[in-house]
Design a protein around this ligand. Structure first.
Ligand code: GDP
Length: 199
């Protein structure tokens, strides 16, 4: 049973003017493209197709807003691999994300999805800096943990913890194996300001 049975897509925004009203609380989810962000969102919200996985032309460079419950939103931020994009796309992305982070009063936390085999990269450090500028708390999901053996997964966790220090909490996660769901849901609810779902 989903903790968010009423979760639904609100809109996709290409500019701040299109953002929904800045009321209530929302948690943003970011990740380098292909890190496993859509799979993580679907697993956490327990809705198979809420965020589309894989290649979705059109939606990938937009900020997608979802309603989780009354006055509570989850915000799917566009991600990409830095090396592969055109400078102009990168600049537009940066401006859109900057205006989102700077101006969004209802933003209460960031979930950062990182492929546990790659570790934190340039994209992730940019997102951490955006969050840090606004003192937004961050929780890192080291996803695809099913792809590493126990020892390597533990090493990946330890390395991320050492890099992040006190700036973020971090956990191992696997959408495929449904691993780490409780911990990630707790972080989401903590950021939203609701320890348990209120109906
Ligand atoms: P996004 O681009 O960050 O939204 O990533 P997606 O969620 O679309 O996933 C990218 C690829 O990684 C897809 O082929 C997924 O099936 C795969 N993937 C995502 N999460 C996991 C996971 O936990 N384990 C494994 N083994 N594969 C995953």
């Amino acid at each position: 049973m989903s903790q968010f049975p009423d979760a639904k897509f609100i809109l996709s925004a290409a500019s701040p003017q299109q953002f929904p009203a800045d009321r209530g609380s929302e948690v943003a989810v970011a990740g380098r493209s292909n890190a496993g962000k859509s799979s993580a969102i679907n697993a956490i919200v327990n809705r198979r197709q809420l965020a589309k996985t894989g290649k979705t032309p059109g939606r990938t460079q937009l900020i997608n807003f979802f309603e989780l419950g009354k006055g509570q939103r989850l915000v799917d931020l566009p991600g990409y691999g830095f090396a592969r994009v055109h400078a102009e796309v990168r600049r537009n992305w940066s401006l859109l994300l900057e205006s989102y982070f700077e101006g969004r009063a209802s933003l209460k936390g960031l979930l950062l999805v990182v492929d546990c085999r790659r570790g934190l990269g340039e994209f992730d450090l940019t997102m951490l800096a955006f969050a840090d500028d606004r003192r937004i708390p961050v929780h890192v999901l080291l996803t695809k943990a099913d792809k590493l053996n126990k020892k390597d997964a533990a090493a990946s966790l330890q390395q991320a913890q050492a890099q992040l220090g006190a700036s973020a909490s971090v956990q191992l996660f696997s959408a495929l194996r449904q691993r780490g769901l409780e911990e990630s849901r707790e972080a989401l609810l903590r950021f939203l300001g609701t320890e348990r779902r209120q109906r």
